[in-house]
Each structure stands twice: as structure tokens, then as C-alpha cells.
Design a protein around this ligand. Structure first.
Ligand SMILES: [Zn+2]
Length: 227
């Protein structure tokens, strides 16, 4: 049974994604979400068609006739992927990530990165594999074992978390596969996994996490694990 995605990137981010104006590492998270979310797949198709129409309106009337418009829309709708520039080099089919005795399937959008590197660094019940994507931000796979809480933290920058397997719960909600959490410096939260289910996420961070409670000496290694 597929889990219904509840938390989406929202129209402004999808618009920028379709326009190709989103920064690469944010686009990566959005793209991976779209792979998991039929709702946003449809929105992207609609937005692409709308942008085609807007191009048509802004072009000199003499240069485009109805046939051109039909062709333009046909071209857009025929695009096999949402962002050809980024995704054409991706391998086809599901891609798997290994961590100890566990195997996770990750979205196609992450395939190329995951195949380049999944070297895990483990700290207690949390493990992190940095992906060679970082443009301005740190992109990593984050594994959290069952029944584990990440100490309460705020964000000095943008934190995007996309759930790839399992579930995360924080003060504001419960997030399953495909759900995307976007936290800004205004947000404080304490994410945790369920008592009986571990979790794999994609994490995109523009600045280190700022832990609010606990002993700095103990939390420092954790901070380095994430960023
Ligand atoms: Zn969505």
C-alpha cells in the first residue's frame, strides 16, 4: 500500500523548479519529492503547460501561430521527465542504498549521487552519508534508528528533510514517505522516530543545526555528523 503524501513543497517552489530557477540542492530535494508524489507530478505538468502559454503570450504575435502553440504544448507534455537538464543522466529503475544489513530504495532523482558515494558515519543510533551534491548546502542521507530522538534544535539556515523510508514525528506533525519538511531559522523542533520503525531521510542544510539543550561537549559530534 502506498502512503499518501501529506506535506508538499508548495506552489512557489514547484514554480521555480519548473522554471529551472531553483538552486541545485533545493531542486534535488524537490525533484526527489516529485518522484514520490503523484499530486506534485501533476502540478508540475500543469505549471509547465501554463509557462508554455505565458511564453506564447509574451512572444511577438507574428512569430507564433496556433500550430506553434500546439507544438510547444505537445513538446512540453512529451517530456518524459520534469527537468530534462538534471534528470536525463539518471539511471532508470529503483536505486538501492545499503546500510549494514538494511536495504532502502531511494527515488530516481538521487540515483546518480547515491551511486557516487554512500559512505556512512555513525554516531549511536544515527548515521549520515554526505552526498557529493553540495552547492551552497550540505546534502546527505540521514538514517535514524527506531525509538530515537534528535535533540531539540533550531536552524541557522534552511533545513529541508524528505522522508524516504519510515516516519518522523515532531511537535508539528507526523511525516511519512514522500513528505517534505521545510524548516527555517524561526522553527524549533525535536524530531524522533517511532518506537518500532527506523527512518531514512534526505537532508539538505544551509547551516549547522543549533542544539538548544544538553551538554555542548556531547552535542558537538552530533552537530558535525549533520553538517
Ligand atoms: Zn507533493
Amino acid at each position: 500500500m502506498t502512503h499518501a503524501v501529506k506535506y508538499h513543497p508548495g506552489i512557489p517552489l514547484l514554480e521555480q523548479y519548473v522554471e529551472g530557477t531553483l538552486e541545485a540542492d533545493v531542486a534535488l530535494a524537490v525533484s526527489a519529492h516529485i518522484d514520490l508524489c503523484p499530486h506534485c507530478q501533476q502540478l508540475c505538468l500543469d505549471l509547465s503547460a501554463e509557462q508554455g502559454l505565458m511564453l506564447e503570450k509574451s512572444a511577438p504575435a507574428a512569430e507564433l501561430d496556433a500550430t506553434d502553440l500546439d507544438q510547444m504544448l505537445a513538446d512540453i507534455m512529451a517530456q518524459p521527465q520534469w527537468n530534462g537538464r538534471e534528470l536525463n543522466t539518471q539511471p532508470q529503475g529503483p536505486v538501492q542504498v545499503q546500510l549494514k544489513d538494511k536495504t532502502f530504495t531511494v527515488p530516481r532523482a538521487l540515483a546518480r549521487l547515491v551511486e557516487q558515494q554512500t559512505k556512512w558515519t555513525q554516531l549511536g543510533s544515527i548515521a549520515n552519508a554526505k552526498l557529493p551534491a553540495g552547492d551552497k548546502r550540505h546534502v546527505s542521507l540521514l538514517y535514524i534508528d527506531k525509538d530515537t530522538a534528535i535533540p531539540q534544535h533550531t536552524h541557522k539556515g534552511l533545513e529541508i528533510t524528505l522522508v524516504l523510508s519510515g516516519r518522523i514525528v515532531d511537535e508539528k506533525g507526523s511525516y511519512g514517505v514522500g513528505d517534505i519538511l521545510i524548516n527555517t531559522p524561526d522553527d524549533t523542533h525535536t524530531p524522533r522516530t517511532l518506537p518500532d520503525e527506523d527512518c531514512l531521510c534526505l537532508s539538505v542544510l544551509s547551516a549547522p543545526l543549533q542544539f538548544n539543550k544538553g551538554i555542548t561537549r556531547l552535542l558537538n559530534p552530533l552537530q558535525h555528523l549533520f553538517y
